[in-house]
Design a protein around this ligand. Structure first.
Ligand SMILES: [Ca+2]
Ligand SMILES: [Ca+2]
Length: 145
């Protein structure tokens, strides 16, 4: 027999409100930061465990969502529904908003993409032959920053 010595739990009360029908299942992400809840309102909600804040609603099922399970690595959430389907939801790592081409770096390719939004084929917006801080100033002015 093993005796667990985890100490007395300190109960903490947090009410997570937002679903528009009964809640049928909940699941913690493996890292313990997110709680997913499945509801008869056909949605899954994701909650920040520590703050209780609802930060995302997953739409896709066409009937009650009845159970949930995270993959062990936390990258996928599986949801089962009375609509006869199981949906797999992939969690992507947070992306830097300036990394427009999604290669994981803020670099010249991203500047080129920004320039193309202004109708330019090069990020050398002021035409002095090099990509430099003056071009960033022009971009900032365009953005109204
Ligand atoms: Ca990039
Ligand atoms: Ca320039």
């Amino acid at each position: 027999m093993w005796k667990l010595t985890v100490g007395e739990p300190t109960p903490r009360s947090l009410t997570l409100q937002g679903h528009e029908a009964y809640v049928q299942a909940v699941a913690f992400s493996p890292d313990g930061t997110t709680l997913a809840s499945a509801s008869g309102d056909e949605t899954i909600r994701l909650w920040n465990v520590h703050s209780g804040e609802h930060y995302k609603t997953l739409y896709g099922h066409r009937n009650d969502v009845t159970s949930l399970a995270f993959s062990p690595d936390g990258t996928t959430l599986a949801s089962a529904s009375t609509d006869h389907t199981i949906l797999l939801w992939e969690f992507e790592p947070p992306q830097n908003p300036w990394d427009l081409n999604g290669d994981g770096l803020v670099n010249i390719q991203d500047l080129t993409l920004i320039a193309s939004r202004f109708g330019q084929d090069t990020p050398d917006l002021n035409g002095d032959g090099i990509v430099n801080i003056l071009d960033l100033v022009l971009i900032a002015n365009h953005l109204g920053k």
